[in-house]
Structure formats: C-alpha cells, structure tokens
Design a protein around this ligand. Sequence first.
Ligand code: ADP
Ligand code: ASP
Ligand code: MG
Length: 812
Amino acid sequence: MQVLKFGGSSVANAVNIGKVTAIVAKAVQKEPVILVVSALGGVTDQLIAIGAKAAGGDESYKEQIKELEVKHLEAVRGLLPVQNQSATLSWVKQQLNELERICDGIFLLGELSARIQDRLVSYGELLSSYIITAALKELNTNPVWTDSRELIITNDFYGNASVQFEMTNQRILSFLQSNSSSLYVAPGFIAANEKGYTTTLGRGGSDYTGAIFAAATDATALEIWTDVTGMMTADPRLVLNPRPIEAISYEEAMELSHFGAKIIYPPTIQPVMKKNIPVWVKNTFEPEAAGTVIQQHAVANSDVVRGISSINRIALLSLEGSGMIGIPGFSKRLFEVLALNRINVILITQSSSEYSICVAINEADANTAQRAIDAFFAYEIENGKVNPVSVETGLSIVAVVGEQMKSLPGISGRMFGGLGRNGINVRAIAQGSSEKNISAVIAATDVKKAINVLHEDFFETTYKQLNVFVAGAGNVGGKLLGQLNQQLQYLKDHMRLQIQVVGIANSRRAILDDAGIDLNNWRSVLEESPETDIHGFVTAIIEKNLRNSVFVDVTANEVVASVYGTLLAKSVAVVACNKIACSSTYENYKKLKHLARTYNTRFLFETNVGAGLPIIGTLNDLMRSGDKITRIQAVLSGTLNFVFNHYNGTIPFAQVVKRAQDEGYTEPDPRLDLGGTDVMRKIMILAREAGEMMEMDQITNEAFLPASCFEGTVADFYAEMERQEPHFQQLLASAKANHAKLKFVAEYYNGSAKVGLQEIPAHSDFYHLYGKDNLVLFYTERYPEQPLVIKGAGAGAEVTASGVFADIIRIA
Ligand code: ADP
Ligand code: ASP
Ligand code: MG
C-alpha cells in the first residue's frame, strides 16, 4: 500500500485535479493506493469566513455559499463528460443545501460553537474527495470513497483533536479488509469523536490524515503532493533562491515544521517515523522532479544546516522573581498551567541563575496565558516572590535546523554574528541539547531580513548580496551607477558579490525596487518616480529593512549628511563622498564612528580627501598596524593645483579660475576652494583619522585671496579678482624670482594644522605636481625621513566615483 496526499493548491480546480488523477492512475498500476485529499484551495478559509459571518448576523454568508457552489459545480463540469455529470452535480448541490441550513441555524442563534465549526469546515474535504472520486472513475480505476470520520477517531477537542490510534488503526484495517480495492479515496483533515461528532485535526491537517493511513497500513511510502518541488532550505515566499532538500531526517523535518515550515503539518512525521515509512514531498505540477525524501537517516552531504524556518505572531512570556531560585517545581507549575489551558509552548529558555524563565507561545494565546499564570501564581505574586508575568508581542522565531550541527562548533556564532551585523536584535535564544536546532526570538518586522541573512550565510556561499541605496544622481552619482552597471557581472564572477542598487534618489524623487533597479535606464525611470525628499528616502530604507544595506551619499548636501546617524543606528552602512559630516563638529564625527561600531556596521568616506586616492585607507592601515603619524604634508586641492599650474601671468587669474569652474573642478562657489576652506576640511579629517581631536577654528589659514574677494556674489567675486590682478601677478613674480612654484599646502604637525599658499622650491616633492593632482606625504615612526607618498588625480567625477565604489566593496 502507498498513501498519496494532495494539498489544496493541487486540487484547486478542474485543471489541477486532472493532473492529480493522472498521477494517481499511474501510481495505482504499481501498488494499491490510499488517496487523501484536501479541500479545494482556499475553501477551508472560505468556510470559516462563512461561519463567522453567519454568527455575526451578516447575511452575505448566503452569497459566499453560492460562490462555493459555483466553484465545486465548475470542477465537476470540467472533469466529467456531460452524460456522467448529473449524479455528482446533484450530490454537490445537496451538500451545499445542507451546509446552508447549518449556516441558517448559526445565523438564527448568532452563535458558532467549536463543534459546529468543525462540522461546517468538514464540507470542504467531503466535497473535494467525492468529486475527485468521480473523476477517477472516468480513468478506468475503481476507486472506493470512504468517509474518514468513520475511520479516524479522536477525542473531542474540536478544531485540533487528538487521535486515538488503537481504535483508528483497527477501523482502518477492517475497512480495507472488507472493501477490497486497489484505490481508496478519503477526505483529509476530518475525523470524528466516539459520539460520532465531526472533529478536525488542525489547520493543514490533511498531511496528518495521510500519515495516519500510512502508519495503520504499514505503507511502503507516504507521498505529500503539493505546489513546490520538495522541502526547501527556506520558505520560497521569503527567500529568492531556496534550494530543494534532497533528503532530510524525520527529526530535522519535524524541527523545521514545528518552527514554521508550512510545507508539512508538524504532527505528520510522528506516526510514520515510528513505522520507519519514508515520506516523499513532491510537486503536482512537476511530477518528474525528485522532490524530498524524509527518512530515518538523511544522506550526509556537505550542508551542516539543513534548513531555516520561521514562525510569526509569537508572544514571549517571562516569569521572574527571586522566589524562584532553588525552589523546585516552579517551572513544572508554569508548564502545568499552560497545559491546562491547552497553550502550546514553542520555545523555552531558563537562565542558569533560575531567576527567570521565558517561554514563547502563539500570540493568540497571550491573553489567556497571562491571566491563567497570574491567577495560578497569585500567592507568590502577592508575597513578592515572583513578579506578575510579563508579556511581549509582535515577535517571531527564526530557527536553524540540522542534525550535524552538534558535531561542528561555531554554527551559533555564525548565526548570531550574521543577525548582529544586520542590526537584528535577539530577544531570546534556545538550543535543544540534541543541537538539532538553534532558535532565536526576534521582532516580527525583522523576520524576512533574518531569514535571508541566514540563508545567504549557510546556503548561498555562491553570492553575497549588497543592497545599495544611492542619494545623489548628479555627476558623481551618474558615474558611480555607470561603473556599478559595468562591473556587476565581474563582481559576481570574481568576488561572489551581488550588488543590487535598490534605491536611487535625487533632491526631488526616488526609485525604490527591492528586486534591483535596471542601471541601463535609471535616469528616465527616476524622472517618472514618485516625489520624495531625503527623509522619505531614509524612512523607506529603514522600513524595507533589507539585509546588508548600504547608503551612499554622493551629494554635497548638508541635510543628506544629517541622516547618517539614523541609518547607522539601524545597522545600515554609510559610504559618503560628501565631506560635511566628517568635517562638522568633532563631537558629531565621533558620534557617527561610535554608532557604526555599536551597531556593527561601517561608516566609510575615503573620497572625502583626494577623491579616489587611497589616502584615508592608508592612514587607517598605518594606525591599525601600530604606526604613529608624526607629520602630514599635502597638496589636497585639485582646484588650486589646477589654477596655479595654469596661471603663468599671460592670462588673468580670474580667467584661469573661470576655466577651472567651467571644467567642473570647483565648488559652485569657487571661494570655498580658493579661500582654503575645502583644504582645511580635508586636513582636519586626516588629523582626526590620525587620532587628533581637532575643530575647524583650530586650523590656521594663511589666505592668499584679498579680503575684498569674499564680499558679494560669485559674479562680484569674479569682478573683484579682475581688479586684484596685480596682487596675483605679484605673488607669481615673487615665486618666479625664487625659482619656485606656487602651491597651496596643508600641514599637520604636533597637534596643530595650517593651510596656505607656499613658494615651492625645485627640490621639493611638491614641485613636480601637474594638472589637478594631489600629493600626500605621511611622516610616521616607521617612515621618519622618507615619507610614504600618495600621488595622483585628486578630483574629477570618474575617480571620485571609483573611490566610492571601492568603499562599497570594502563593506562587502
Ligand atoms: P498544501 O496545500 O499542498 O498542503 P501548503 O500551502 O500547506 O500546501 O504548503 C506548501 C507551501 O509551503 C509552499 O507553497 C511554500 O510556500 C510553503 N513553504 C514554507 N516553508 C517551506 C519550505 N521550507 N519548503 C517548501 N515550501 C515551504
Ligand atoms: N483544508 C484544511 C486546511 O486548509 C486541511 C489541509 O489543507 O491540510 O487547513
Ligand atoms: Mg499543507
């Protein structure tokens, strides 16, 4: 004998049922079959809704019954030839009339008991099994339909009844003996108590019906046919690339389903495990695919973790109190009161100090549990030995399951490390002593992210995914997105890194797409995207709560720089080419670094100094390896370098500045560059990175622009520069006379910093510095005489973008 069970989606309509009957007809040729079926997809939910409406005095239940009738009649018409339909059609109508009469009763009384509810939902499986039997008759099989309520006997806990196996097994065997056939069809989910009242086995219980039949008949196999190709490493609705599990042990399957893997109803495994009957999970819509086998021993493969699952709507109860210490029986009493109230305990933790005990239950049971526990411990609460139970809701459990975990250290470290790096706070942890599973209670809002983090970590060794949000779609932003687009495949192939740009914002609009924005045409999409400001963008980033999120600021905007703290505190990494945050107050700079450390994320800003040149990274490496920075000398302004390299006295100074501006090497107001502010910011950032507590007003600026240049608008500035041409000529003449060149130099030494125009003699490192190049000299304890030198283009959108790119990769 083999038992085949088909779920709701497999029997959703005539087309799907056609696939089912074909699979069954083929199976019968091999060995006799007991076929167990669920209600047509969605019907149980509809029946429950109908009952609730009727009980609530809402007459529209009648319309819903009509819809159910149409659905079932359509299935009959789609499955049977016209000449054979009438008997089944009238049977279906008769059942629905009966159902309607029950509902009318419920409506009149305004009340729906658990017993009547079970009666009501039983119609789903009764109808489906009867219709499928009729369809099988058309395929020259000889199906015998049976009402499971006459065979499966339970106690009378309606809605979730317990099976009385001895009686049930006897009845099944004697039924089979007296009705010899090679094909039996039975409704799943429903049973009856000894008085003959209909009971049900719990939502999803048709799997269990299959297992009951399989165990009773010592079947060769139980096949669970559903809409996915086997058990997967994680819920395919939550994870993009789940893998089918080839083989899994009974215990592992039980753990996964207990912790929420909906694919199998948890009690299903027990009866078949006792009899060592293999369970196959197969896909009705892809019958040739192997699926998953659940058996005594899973074949050992390289996966230490077998699967990851989650349960939503969890409440955490904590019972605490000094009176609990060392007194035996406290926890026993807690579980007793929960059991008395039929509250299922999903997870337990107790601290070794025994000062507190914490259990996770379904949120729906939280109120009952709280009342019952407080009443039960009223005496102890009154005497201050324990506190009233505390209840926290809005939680979920994630569990990592695998039998081989016990033989390998470091699994929980990996699990909690991954959760921590993504800012997922763990409220409670449990690990069975058998070490088949490690589970963690987390906020419900973090579940999807957690499952993906864990799945990526344990199963997707192939790729690590970064979710990137880019603020700023100007020059640098455009170049960055272009570079990313070009390198996506390379990073996948060579670094196993999958970079997804999931958000792009300019000052007016934002594109957001979890599946990754197409970087070939983002500009036109952005123009049509909804309007939002940076705060809306940040809110979306936080709400999306994607794993490995990176926020990239390629603006020069102060408001954008003000959101880093909020993001870092949500463990979103920040990459900034915007200098404003790092050159704001020391307190703010320090706070952002501290947040990054506290929330286990990164705050990187290599391009704040020298665009794409590896200046800050080198400084960090020197410091981390124990070196000490004694002096920094640098030419840090590409703009000023450009200006003084082009100013030879033939063209007026103002025109050279204009050209620098036209070629995009200056800030919108060139005075920020020419006045030295930009260089001051950069040397301050370097000093801070070297460990100095420095503020802007501590830096000496030997300005070369006459004070009059700082008055008025940018246009006024250009006019004033023209008037001041003799001043610039004079600076140039003096340098020439000394065989020197003019460079704007920044210096950090002995705790202080200064910037200013200098005449650079020919023997200096700075003399041969062309175009918009930057040059940094690090004098350190290890480089005391000959400094460590970094030189190269220090401005330009392309190199800045590539520096930002490098920071993004550093985060991965
Ligand atoms: P049926 O109606 O056939 O009983 P269910 O809806 O009860 O089907 O269970 C199948 C569904 O379980 C799948 O469609 C899938 O979305 C979900 N599921 C959750 N976790 C897993 C998992 N680890 N592997 C496969 N499917 C899973
Ligand atoms: N039809 C029932 C339910 O939806 C049982 C099942 O499908 O397994 O819960
Ligand atoms: Mg199911």
